[in-house]
Design a protein around this ligand. Structure first.
Ligand code: DSN
Length: 413
C-alpha cells in the first residue's frame, strides 16, 4: 500500500462525509460504480470499437463496451451511443470535429450567461479553431421570461449568421430547455442541433426534464453529474450517418485508447439509472432544488430567473450582500462546511474570478437521502453565513452543527 496516497484519499473521504456538497455538477456514486472504476479493466488497451480492436485480448472489453452502449441507448431512447469520450469537453470536441471544419460558425449561449467553456471560450479549442456566435437571455426585467433563453434572439442570430450548428444545453441555467423550439430554429436556418445535456442528463433519464430526442441531431453529456456515474462523456444520436462520423471523430479523430475501467463504470451507472428507483431519485433532486430555492427566497435572496425547474439555482448575492463577492461567500461557506462555487450571474458587473453569485445544486445532497426539511436547514445555514459576513466564530459554530448533521446522512457505501 502507498501510505502517502491512501492517507490523502482517506482524508478526502472524511471531507466528503463531513461536509454538505452543493456543487451542482458533483455527486456521490454507488459502491458498484466505484468498484468497476477501480477494477482490472484499467489494465487494457482497447483502441477501436467492439469487434474491431487494434489489440488482442479484448473479448471482455468488447462485452462491457457493448453492454454500456446498449444500456445508454435504452436509457435515452435513441439508436446510437458512443461511450468512449473521456469527458464532456472531449465529447463536444468530437462533435465539432464531426460536423465542422476549422473556421466554421456555430451558435451558442453567451458564455457568461451560463454556457460552458467548451461552447466557445476564446482560449478553448471551441473558440480558437471554430467561430462561435452567441445568443442571449432575456434581459428585460419586465418580461415574464426575465433571465431565460431568448428564443426569438436565437432565431435572429441563427438567421443572420447561418451557423453549421446550433448548440443548446448549459452549465448554469436553472430552467427547462425547450429542445423542440431549438430544433425548429435549427431547421429554419439549416443547422444541426447539438444538445449538451451534461448537467441535466440524470433528470432527462429520470423523466423530470424533457428529452432532447427526437429533436436533437446529436446529444453530448457527462456521466458524473445528475446521472451519478463515473467521470466521463457520452455521445448519442438517432442517425446512422452521424453516428459513423461521431465514432471516427472520437477514435482516431480526437482520442486514443478508451478508458475501459471508466466505460465499465458507465455501464453500471446506466444500469442503475434504468431502475425504477432512479426516477424517484431524479424527482427528489428537483423537489429538493425547489425547497432550497424557496428557503433562500423566503430569507430575502434573489435567484436568477426567480427560481429553478431543475437541479440548480444561481443566487444573486447583491441584494443581501452588495459589498462582498461570490468568491468570498464560497470561501465562508467552505469554512462552515458547505461546498459551493462562485458563479457569474447574467450581466454580472464583477469579473469571473470574483462574481456576484453562487451556484447551488442538489444532486449530491439528494444522493445522501436529504429531503425538503434539510434543504430549509441548509438555506438557514447559508443565510447565517451571509448575515455574519464571514465572522469566524459564527462559521465555526455552523461547522460544528453541520458535522453533527452529516452523521445522519452517510455517503453511499
Ligand atoms: N465544471 C462543470 C460544472 O461545474 O458545471 C462543467 O463542466
Amino acid at each position: 500500500m502507498d501510505e502517502k496516497v491512501f492517507e490523502i484519499i482517506d482524508k478526502e473521504s472524511k471531507r466528503q462525509e463531513s461536509t454538505i456538497e452543493l456543487i451542482a455538477s458533483e455527486n456521490h456514486v454507488s459502491p458498484a460504480v466505484m468498484k468497476a472504476v477501480g477494477s482490472c479493466m484499467t489494465n487494457k488497451y482497447a483502441e477501436g470499437y467492439p469487434g474491431k480492436r487494434y489489440y488482442s485480448g479484448c473479448e471482455n472489453h468488447d462485452a462491457i463496451e457493448s453492454l454500456a452502449i446498449e444500456r445508454a441507448k435504452e436509457l435515452f431512447n435513441c439508436n446510437y451511443a458512443n461511450v468512449q469520450p473521456h469527458s464532456g469537453a472531449s465529447a463536444n470536441i468530437a462533435v465539432f470535429l464531426a460536423f465542422m471544419n476549422p473556421g466554421d460558425k456555430y451558435a451558442s449561449l453567451v458564455l457568461s450567461d451560463g454556457g460552458h467553456l467548451s461552447h466557445g471560450l476564446k482560449i478553448n479549442i471551441s473558440g480558437k479553431y471554430f467561430e462561435p456566435v452567441h445568443y442571449p437571455l432575456i434581459y428585460d426585467e419586465d418580461d415574464d421570461g426575465f433571465e431565460t433563453i431568448n428564443y426569438d434572439a436565437v432565431r435572429e442570430v441563427c438567421l443572420e449568421h447561418k451557423p453549421k450548428m446550433l448548440l443548446c444545453g448549459y452549465s448554469a441555467y436553472p430552467r427547462i430547455i425547450h429542445f423542440d423550439k431549438m430544433r425548429e430554429i435549427a431547421d429554419e436556418c439549416g443547422a444541426y442541433l447539438m444538445c449538451d445535456i451534461a448537467h441535466i442528463a440524470g433528470l432527462v433519464a429520470g423523466g423530470v426534464h424533457p428529452s432532447p430526442f427526437p429533436h436533437a441531431h446529436v446529444v453530448t453529456t457527462t456521466t458524473h453529474k445528475t446521472l451519478r456515474g463515473p467521470r466521463g462523456g457520452l455521445i448519442l444520436t438517432n442517425d446512422e450517418e452521424i453516428s459513423t462520423k461521431i465514432d471516427r471523430a472520437v477514435f482516431p479523430g480526437s482520442q486514443g485508447g478508451p478508458l475501459m475501467h471508466i466505460i465499465s463504470g458507465k455501464a453500471v451507472c446506466f444500469g442503475e439509472a434504468l431502475q425504477p428507483e432512479f426516477k424517484d431519485y431524479s424527482r427528489k433532486i428537483v423537489e429538493n432544488a425547489q425547497a432550497l430555492a424557496k428557503g433562500l427566497s423566503g430569507r430575502g435572496f434573489r435567484l436568477v430567473s426567480g427560481g429553478t425547474d431543475n437541479h440548480l439555482m444561481l443566487v444573486d448575492l447583491r441584494k443581501k450582500l452588495p459589498d462582498n463577492t461570490g468568491k468570498e461567500v464560497a470561501v465562508w461557506m467552505e469554512s462552515a462546511g458547505m461546498i459551493a462555487n462562485h458563479n457569474g450571474i447574467p450581466k454580472d458587473p464583477r469579473p469571473p474570478m470574483q462574481t456576484s453569485g453562487i451556484r447551488l445544486g442538489t444532486p449530491a445532497v439528494t444522493s445522501r437521502g436529504m429531503g425538503p426539511k434539510e434543504m430549509d436547514q441548509i438555506a438557514e445555514w447559508i443565510d447565517r453565513v451571509i448575515i455574519s459576513k464571514g465572522d469566524v466564530l459564527v462559521l465555526a459554530k455552523i461547522r460544528k452543527e453541520i458535522k453533527k448533521f452529516c452523521l445522519n446522512f452517510p455517503l453511499p457505501h
